[in-house]
Design a binder for this molecule. Structure first.
Ligand code: UZR
Ligand code: MG
Length: 256
């Protein structure tokens, strides 16, 4: 399709362009409690921008999950995790440095590789790294993406997906059982011991940093439409800039 074509043309020519002209992407943070619909909001944004069915290398908009930045657990912590006694909702469960360095790299327009996360084994998969190609807009979603000040300051736009906690629990229970290999008892104990208190202590207070709060999460089609419209304008502006850049580069090589 057209938008995609324009980007790949710009990119090919971009090889000859001095590196300072490589554009830094527009970085959007998407926070919210567990099962609030963060991933779904990101997916809908990608779909509405016609990015979802596009090849990974060609996408103008990409979405990354904070799950890839869980810290590797020690053997003792792994045992705790298997007994639902490890707190995955605490900021200490994350590798803040790696998150920061990766986002910095992305902002420099670099291609980055991040591990995928396996919920069933509570571990990072370094064998099947996800390759994140340079894009114009990058969505970064997770429960605590606004918690770390250094990381929070990197975002150009901050969204908070605000869904009632009973709705979130009602979604979390079947998801953990069906997709993450838990039983009902473990899910509820984990929720009451770690998930809910950590949400109140670490996640919910970060709502005040958001530029836009999305009530009812992914059901809020009006809010998603507004955001999609805004991102669409950013992409259009990037396409014009890239086009002008291409024309300028072509013109200057003709002079030479
Ligand atoms: P979302 N989580 C797991 O269940 N297992 C893990 O190995 C790592 C994380 C959960 C984590 C948190 N808490 O509530 C949730 N627990 O993933 C965040 N227990 O993911 O934002 O998609 O709900
Ligand atoms: Mg998620």
């Amino acid at each position: 399709d057209n938008t995609n074509k324009e980007k790949s043309d710009g990119f090919v020519n971009g090889d000859a362009v001095p590196s300072e002209e490589i554009k830094s992407p527009f970085l959007i943070g998407v926070a919210g409690g567990t099962a609030s619909g963060k991933s779904t909001v990101c997916k809908k944004i990608m779909e509405q921008l016609g990015q979802a069915e596009m090849d990974h290398t060609q996408r103008q908009v990409v979405s990354i999950s904070q799950d890839s930045f869980y810290r590797e657990l020690t053997p003792a912590e792994k045992l705790k995790a298997q007994k639902s006694k490890f707190n995955f909702d605490h900021p200490d469960a994350f590798n803040e440095e790696l998150m920061y360095e990766t986002l910095q790299s992305i902002l420099k327009g670099h291609k980055v590789k991040i591990p995928s996360y396996d919920y069933r084994t509570n571990s990072l998969d370094f064998e099947n790294m996800l390759v994140i190609y340079p894009a114009d807009v990058v969505l970064f979603e997770g429960i605590l993406v606004f918690y770390f000040p250094k990381i929070r300051d990197l975002f150009h736009m901050k969204l908070f997906v605000d869904t009632d906690s009973d709705t979130r629990l009602a979604r979390r229970v079947p998801r953990d059982i069906n997709e993450r290999g838990r039983d009902l008892d473990a899910v509820l104990t984990q929720y009451m011991t770690f998930v809910k208190p950590a949400f109140e202590e670490f996640c919910s207070p970060t709502k005040k940093f958001a530029d836009v709060i999305i009530p009812r999460g992914a059901d809020n089609t009006v809010a998603i439409d507004l955001i999609v419209h805004h991102i669409g304008e950013i992409l259009a502006a990037t396409n014009i800039a890239q086009h002008n850049n291409t024309v300028r580069t072509a013109a200057s090589s003709m002079k030479r």
